[in-house]
Ligand binder design. Structure first.
Ligand code: F0G
Length: 456
């Protein structure tokens, strides 16, 4: 069969409020042209993020009713810990309220001023947390990632030669850890190959540098390996995931992505001494080590979700439905990052709006227009997010200017995707009339969340 169907039925619904174009113009103006500042109920299709926005299953909701809310040593903690250990394989598991809390604790114990943390591409929260501790968050994407059109299957890979030369010139004393983000969210949602993970691990181990996975979308990455990398066709996706983690010394994880949970995260390591220091930091900011800022019911939902997300029928559907949108856009010659990633569609705003300079934020302009056109909310990943130097505040164009349309897991149907396609096409047809933007007001860190804009 060619038709893509959702491999689940809908048991409970949330109504969507429909708005007119005139209403949307007023709403986005009142939100200072920043989609983060809209009320969610004023959005028709909310593609701001795939984080914490998933629909949970009947099983996960049932598990929530089993939540043991004991302060210490709750049953729910053991279920959670056992699921994480079974899939991720690390000895020490530290629960946190979400991914960035895990990052803050990890970098708080490992990063000092002027130390360098390489990654394929840091996500905004990992970058900001490293910079918060004075470190230098360095992106080393593979060369193929620079060509947005090529169909290279693993554009999330790290540039191995660049990593080797960094390790040779700086040495392990200046590199407290090496990270790889699976899939590479800021680089277009592209997967990392097993071969690349093995190579990084080899370099890290030879130099004695710990190697961590930013594991938010580990299941999507593992399934891309199954579908794209020779030798894994017949390996169960769960075993591919286990192999990915076997090459690492630890990971940070946001359970708001590939665990279908609405909140949660964790930090893992095989280093017991490090874990002790991390737990001390955890108690200060998150909570006791057997709940780490989560309710027992959250731990239960994550324990169920981690297995559900590895269901191969679900993962096939997930990757196919994203590819459906990307391939239709390519057929219309609309610039989009190819090949399709897992969790999101990335419009190439710089080529969509070539008359708008990077420092006039083409990704932001496109986000605003898509909202006005059809009530669709996406997020700029470009010069607004990454363009301000954290030390000097000076502006420079980001490497790419993208508009990310992230697809919440199991929430929207294929007909919603057709609506999104039609809306993008309508904006494309009137692209020459779209103007650039200026920032009217912005904070120093993570400015994209709260900055205020206006049209030029
Ligand atoms: N790492 C990656 C690759 C992420 O995509 C995110 C979150 C985090 C870490 C932090 O996790 O939100 O639980 O604190 N990404 C969301 C997004 C916010 O929309 O892509 P968190």
């Amino acid at each position: 069969m060619k038709t893509i169907i959702e491999p689940f039925r809908i048991k409970m619904i949330e109504p969507i409020k429909l708005t007119t174009r005139e209403e949307r113009k007023q709403l986005i103006e009142a939100a200072h042209y920043n989609p983060f500042l809209l009320r969610a109920e004023d959005v028709i299709i909310d593609l701001l993020t795939d984080s914490g926005t998933s629909a949970m299953s009947a099983e996960a909701w049932a598990a929530i009713m089993r939540g043991d809310e004991s302060y210490a040593g709750a049953r729910s903690w053991y279920r959670f810990r056992d699921a994480v250990k079974d899939i991720f394989g690390f000895e020490q598991v530290i629960p946190t309220h979400q991914g960035r809390a895990a990052e803050h604790i990890l970098f708080g114990v490992m990063v000092r001023p002027a130390l360098i943390v390489p990654n394929n591409t840091h996500f905004d929260t990992t970058r900001a947390n490293i910079e918060f501790f004075g470190g230098n968050a360095m992106d080393l994407p593979c060369v193929e990632a620079g060509d947005l059109d090529s169909d290279y299957p693993f554009k999330g890979n790290m540039d191995i030669a660049a990593l080797e030369s960094l390790v040779a010139t700086e040495g392990p004393a200046r590199i407290p850890l090496i990270m790889i983000t699976v899939t590479n969210n800021s680089g277009g949602g592209q997967p990392v190959s097993m071969a690349n993970i093995r190579e990084i691990s080899r370099i890290a181990r030879a130099a004695g540098i710990p190697f961590y996975l930013d594991a938010c979308r580990f299941a999507e990455n593992a399934h891309f390996i199954k579908r794209r990398e020779a030798g894994f066709e017949n390996t169960p996706t769960i075993d591919i995931a286990r192999e990915m983690f076997s090459y690492a010394d630890g990971c940070t994880m946001s359970a708001k992505k590939d665990a279908f949970a609405n909140i949660g995260g964790f930090l893992c390591t095989n280093d017991a001494d490090l874990a002790l220091r991390e737990r001390n930091a955890l108690i200060l900011t998150e909570g006791f080590p057997t709940y780490g800022g989560l309710a027992g019911r959250d731990l239960e939902a994550i324990a169920v979700g981690l297995y559900e997300v590895l269901d191969e029928n679900y993962l096939d559907y997930r990757l196919l439905s994203t590819r459906y949108v990307v391939n239709h856009l390519r057929d219309l010659n609309i610039p989009v990052v190819a090949p399709a990633g897992g969790h999101a569609v990335y419009l190439d705003a710089r080529r969509f709006l070539p008359h708008i300079e990077p420092l006039q934020y083409p990704g932001q302009a496109l986000a605003v227009e898509l909202f006005i056109e059809a009530g669709i909310r996406g997020v700029e990943i470009g010069t607004v997010m990454f363009g301000a130097d954290p030390h000097t505040g000076e502006e420079r164009p980001a490497r790419l200017d993208l508009l990310r349309l992230a697809i919440p897991r199991r929430v929207y149907t294929q007909s919603h995707m057709d609506y999104v396609l039609e809306a993008i096409h309508l904006v494309w047809q009137r692209r020459d009339d779209i103007r650039g933007m200026v920032i009217v007001q912005a904070p120093k860190f993570l400015r994209h969340f709260s900055a205020r804009f206006n049209w030029i």
